[in-house]
Ligand binder design. Structure first.
Ligand code: XBP
Ligand code: MG
Length: 260
């Protein structure tokens, strides 16, 4: 039986990367007088590294115009990342990003059913707060009893630490929890903590490979297009239902799909 849902943020609650974090990074680069710009495709490649500061450091390692010493690189990455987050929060507050279709309704339905919910993300708490406040108002956190964010862990996803912390705080076995994720790294983190994963395909991971997840589909707005199929009961289309998750969880038939 599912007793709790754990939500990833970037790519799952909202499509934050292309028009949010990426744009904010570029603004921070421009402001600092740096020639670096991350176009849409380049940013997709960079997303293989989880964590914005870590992503920036990986990028700097490929550049001859980045500071040479490790300490100087760390300092620049930290300063740029902090400014990026300020730009990101300003974008979000200006209404640049909405929750993905079906997400708000799913959160509300889970709450109405008495499911416990938490947020498990690589990004920082201030970014989550800005995004959710803009989308759902100042009481946005009410359905969520916990948040594990980037600053709470030593090792970010794909390490399972964030999910292990969430399990400890829930006091539940992983078999009673389902994670909603969009990226291979996020899914790997949850699986390594023993948690089943439902994958909602996002812009940047639309064709990524996933191993042994409970289900994989286009998003919470639709019952069509899921593997395994959602609702063989003839009940039709419309948004994904909590009962679909419960059916997949009870069947425990894991699916994998190769990337293309
Ligand atoms: C996705 C990430 C993050 C974001 C940017 O996190 O890897 O690094 O791209 O946020 P998740 P930061 O899908 O786990 O929510 O710059 O704050 O890291
Ligand atoms: Mg994600």
């Amino acid at each position: 039986m599912i007793r709790a849902l754990l939500w990833d943020v970037d790519g799952t609650l909202a499509e934050t990367e292309r028009d949010g974090h990426r744009v904010a990074f570029d603004r921070a680069f421009e402001e600092a007088g740096l020639p670096w710009r991350w176009d849409e495709a380049r940013y997709g490649e960079l997303l293989r590294v989880t964590g914005g500061r870590e992503r920036l450091l990986a990028f700097m390692a490929t550049r001859t115009d980045a500071p040479v010493g490790a300490a100087a690189r760390q300092a620049l990455a930290q300063a740029l990342h902090a400014r990026k987050n300020e730009h990101y929060q300003a974008l979000v507050e200006a209404g640049a990003l909405a929750l993905r279709p079906g997400v708000g309704e799913f959160i509300d339905a889970a709450r109405a059913r008495g499911l416990r919910q938490g947020i498990v993300t690589t990004t920082g708490r201030a970014n989550v707060d800005a995004l959710m406040r803009a989308a759902r108002g100042p009481r946005w956190h009410e359905p969520f009893e916990l948040q594990v964010c980037g600053e709470d862990v030593r090792a970010k996803k794909p390490d399972p630490e964030a999910y292990e912390q969430a399990l400890a705080r829930l006091g539940l076995p992983p078999t009673e929890v389902v994670a909603l994720e969009d990226s291979p790294g996020g899914a790997a983190a949850a699986r390594a903590a023993g948690i089943s994963v439902v994958v909602v395909r996002s812009h940047y991971f639309a064709h990524a490979a996933f191993d042994e997840v409970l289900a994989i589909g286009p998003g919470l707005h639709a019952r069509r297009g899921w593997r395994p199929r959602a609702g063989d009961d003839g009940a039709g289309d419309g948004p994904l239902r909590l009962d679909d998750l419960a059916d997949w969880h009870a069947a425990a038939d894991l699916v994998s799909c190769g990337g293309d």
